[in-house]
Write a protein that binds this ligand. Structure first.
Ligand SMILES: Cc1cc2nc3c(=O)[nH]c(=O)nc-3n(C[C@H](O)[C@H](O)[C@H](O)COP(=O)(O)OP(=O)(O)OC[C@H]3O[C@@H](n4cnc5c(N)ncnc54)[C@H](O)[C@@H]3O)c2cc1C
Length: 416
């Protein structure tokens, strides 16, 4: 089949890679000059297959006033006169039940574990270089209450096959000596040895290169304008460089999917959650963490990427077209300096702003639509690098009519 994939972020590129493996004639369209230049560019680098629990959870309800009022809260909400924001928020609140949160955790963990197996296969078979490490992840808690809640989640996840271990504050320092500046502050942590890290941009570029060598055509610098419908089918994609006809279309355009889909009557459950990252050069004089770290107090993640340290954080629900806020970046920098003062060369940090394509349930939307030949691969939110391979394989299996390796039911459109 001739298949047109819209979007060359990590999700669209993984889709094209698996489609090429099935022998399809694939064209990928992206407005940027190369693959992986939008949200897949400088994210946290975490392949955190066991940390996929949704943001929507009963415990967030009491925190909402803080998100509204405090400018230094790691999560920030600024109300806008935007129907999509309120529509999204209502669905988010509806998902804040124990039942919904547990259901989503079960489905996302299955997708996370499936993605882990697929990433490992790619690493083994394709030999791509993306500063990949199987270094494990330590999630830190500064309060006894926070640690207790994490232990409950760990016990639940153990019933689903996650292998994690609770550590005391002192044991956290033993496992990661670079945490010395936090001695005395830590209540403890949850350690997951099976987590990986890597550079999402390098991964996306390398996988796009492999897909290209297998016949995939990448049309960069090509802005998609609309899908042209013919009854309940899509006939072509209209772009600023002409129309592209195909037998099937996959929308994987990150937050850009919202507009493209709206024009054909599909309301995607997407809203941007903005965040920032810093990338520090690391020299022999620095003391970066060796394993991936999540500091839950500030909601900041740290990943060693070769001779760099990637630091990412902030989750800002501040508007469909909101841009970077220098105060939030300054806050992230201050928090990172306090946690790892010698983690790297802060004076020469590269800074970045990105927009997570988030759904209210934190679950991506994968698979068929009401149009017979239009498929979705959207909404990976804060876990797009982690979930890209599993999401793409599920969509490609659905297009092929092949039985999937895990149940895709929880990810179907329209999203519940
Ligand atoms: C601060 C931050 C930290 C993060 N940390 C992590 C992490 O540690 N681990 C993890 O798993 N995930 C993380 N994420 C999430 C992850 O980066 C995203 O989920 C992922 O990059 C989304 O990939 P995507 O391919 O869907 O979107 P994108 O990478 O945004 O790709 C979409 C592509 O579509 C193109 N496009 C859009 N509209 C159009 C159009 N009309 N015409 C043509 N092209 C179009 C864009 O140019 C873009 O290339 C983080 C995100 C942020 C912001």
């Amino acid at each position: 089949m001739r298949i047109c994939v819209l979007g060359a972020g990590v999700v669209g590129v993984a889709t094209a890679y698996y489609l090429a493996g099935d022998g399809h004639e694939v064209t990928v369209v992206d407005g940027a000059a190369a693959a992986g230049l939008e949200t897949s560019f400088a994210n946290g680098g975490q392949l955190s297959y066991s940390y996929v629990a949704p943001l929507a959870d009963p415990s967030v309800i009491p925190k909402l006033p803080t998100w509204l009022i405090r400018a230094d809260s790691p999560l920030r909400f600024v109300p806008r006169v935007e129907p999509q924001q309120w529509w999204w928020l209502l669905r988010f609140l509806r998902a804040c039940t124990l039942h919904a949160s547990r259901e989503a955790t079960i489905q996302l963990l299955a997708l996370g574990f499936y993605s882990r197996a697929l990433v490992h296969t790619i690493v083994r078979e394709e030999k791509i270089a993306f500063d990949y490490v199987r270094n494990g992840k330590l999630v830190l808690y500064r309060s006894a209450q926070g640690l207790q809640g994490a232990k409950r989640q760990m016990a639940f996840q153990a019933t689903l096959g996650a292998e994690q271990e609770a550590l005391s504050g002192a044991a956290c320092l033993d496992i990661e000596p670079a945490l010395a500046p936090l001695a005395g502050v830590l209540a403890g942590g949850i350690y997951t040895p099976s987590e990986d890290a890597g550079d999402c941009h390098k991964f996306t570029r390398a996988l796009a290169g492999i897909a290209e060598s297998r016949g995939v055509v990448f049309r960069y610098g090509t802005r998609a304008i609309s899908l042209i419908t013919q009854g309940r089918r899509i006939a072509a994609l209209r772009t600023d460089r002409g129309e592209i006809e195909a037998d099937a279309f996959v929308v994987a355009a990150g937050i850009g999917s919202l507009e493209i889909l709206r024009a054909v009557g599909i309301r995607a459950p997407l809203y941007p959650i903005n965040g920032y990252s810093l990338t520090l050069p690391v020299g022999p004089q620095h003391k970066p963490p060796r394993i991936s770290i999540t500091d839950t107090h500030n909601k900041v993640v740290y990943a060693p990427l070769g001779d760099r340290l990637r630091i990412a954080g902030m989750a800002d629900v501040t508007g469909l077209s909101s841009g970077p806020d220098p105060k939030r970046l300054a806050l992230l920098t201050r928090q990172a300096r306090e946690t790892f003062p010698e983690g790297g060369d802060y004076a020469n940090a590269a800074t970045w702003f990105g927009r997570r394509p988030a759904t209210p349930t934190s679950k991506p939307v994968l698979g068929a639509t009401a149009y017979g030949n239009l498929w979705l691969n959207i909404g990976q939110g804060s876990l797009g690098f982690t979930l890209a391979c599993g999401s793409a394989k599920l969509v490609v299996d659905a297009i092929a009519g092949r039985p999937p390796a895990i149940s895709p039911a929880g990810f179907a459109w329209p999203a519940r």
